[in-house]
Design a protein around this ligand. Structure first.
Ligand SMILES: *[C@@H]1O[C@H](CO)[C@@H](O)[C@H](O)[C@H]1NC(C)=O
Ligand SMILES: *[C@@H]1O[C@H](CO)[C@@H](O)[C@H](O)[C@H]1NC(C)=O
Ligand SMILES: *[C@@H]1O[C@H](CO)[C@@H](O)[C@H](O)[C@H]1NC(C)=O
Ligand SMILES: *[C@@H]1O[C@H](CO)[C@@H](O)[C@H](O)[C@H]1NC(C)=O
Length: 233
């Protein structure tokens, strides 16, 4: 008797939680973009370009002005086609919108972008998922390539997901609680190269700076994380 009444209480708890979760989570689309949102976090995936171009937390714009290629991400990018760099998402792209409740009984929404680079047949996928009650996205990137007739296998140099805000809201680089630093000031990556010299494509020597918190706290060298080429092959 006791066991039976306990289990019916559990069933009641689960079913009363469901409407709350699905009420706060938004996963819908207009002609030009998808929206993923919950009570605090809202983001748009641009259907024409295949990347995120809008993101707010508690109403605060996290990406900044959207002019040209600034203020975007996370988005997929690679150095992997025969000619080099490629940003999947404009031509030959299909999107799929997801909405559901996961095994922890939390509502989620997601967008999956699938892009084919037609000249080689390389397939790219980017996943963006948001759970109710969370203030960040879950992302996953996938690359597939099958071409037995004319294989192209020489050029998978990098495969990366980039977050490129154009706002001065972001002030620090953080790996974890014990490894972080303020951005250099002035930041040579944004064109102000005072007392700096380029030593590699996205790395500067800043050791002569006398009053730069990045140099004092972290290092004489700075690599722009937004431009760094992560070698994977
Ligand atoms: C998506 O849902 C939100 C919240 O219900 C609503 O404000 C918005 O108009 C919807 N967008 C579309 C394109 O249906
Ligand atoms: C394989 O690669 C060749 C040359 O890049 C291309 O012409 C062909 O369409 C590709 N095959 C597939 C199935 O994508
Ligand atoms: C750093 O200072 C040294 C010694 O004054 C000088 O030779 C060098 O050119 C300076 N480099 C930069 C990047 O300012
Ligand atoms: C630039 O470097 C020179 C020495 O090369 C130093 O005297 C000066 O204070 C530096 N300025 C800044 C802003 O770091």
């Amino acid at each position: 008797m006791r066991v039976q009444s306990m289990s019916s209480t559990i069933v009641l708890l689960i079913s009363s939680t469901l409407p709350l979760c699905s009420g706060a989570l938004v996963a819908n689309e207009s002609d030009t973009y998808f929206t993923l949102g919950n009570d605090r976090f809202v983001t748009h995936v641009n259907k024409g370009l295949g990347y995120i171009d809008y993101m707010t937390l508690d109403g605060q714009d996290l990406l900044g002005p959207r002019a040209g290629s600034t203020g975007i991400g996370p988005y997929l990018d690679c150095y992997c086609i025969p000619s080099g760099s490629y940003t999947p998402g404009s031509a030959n792209t299909v999107f799929k919108l997801f909405q559901g409740v996961d095994s922890s009984n939390v509502a989620y929404g997601g967008v999956v972008m699938t892009n084919v680079y037609v000249p080689t047949g390389q397939l790219f996928e980017q996943y963006w998922f948001l759970r109710d009650g969370e203030t960040g996205l879950h992302t996953f990137s996938r690359l597939a390539y099958h071409n037995s007739t004319t294989p192209f296998l020489r050029n998978l140099q990098e495969f990366r997901t980039l977050f490129r805000p154009s706002t001065s809201l972001w002030t620090h680089l953080i790996t974890d609680e014990s490894f972080y630093a303020p951005l250099p000031n002035p930041n040579p990556a944004t064109g102000n190269s005072a007392n700096s010299t380029t030593v590699q494509d996205a790395t500067w020597y800043l050791g002569n700076r006398t009053n730069d918190a990045y140099v004092e706290q972290m290092a004489d060298y700075f690599t722009n994380p937004r431009l760094v080429r992560r070698r994977i092959a």
